[in-house]
Design a protein. Structure first.
Length: 80
């Protein structure tokens, strides 16, 4: 997928702050005077440290659960 501001905004809105930050950072190299990109990077900096250390594999499992059975197993695991 092409990396652009629209894609970065979508990722950010879905909680993929690290991925959005990386796209904005790359875009800033191409467009160093773009204030929208600068504001987005400033906004996302707080999330870089907030979610540092999150197990991304488990996060992705939760986000991309495909069926009711996986969700049921996850609920059982949460309840213990």
């Amino acid at each position: 997928m092409q990396q652009n501001k629209t894609y970065a905004k979508i990722l950010e809105s879905q909680g993929f702050f690290k991925d959005a930050f990386a796209i904005y950072k790359n875009l800033l190299k191409q467009y160093p005077n773009d204030m929208e990109i600068k504001k987005a990077l400033k906004r996302l900096k707080k999330y870089r440290t907030k979610f540092e250390g999150v197990n991304e594999r488990k996060r992705d499992f939760f986000i991309y659960m495909e069926d009711e059975e996986e969700f049921r197993k996850f609920e059982e695991w949460l309840i213990g």
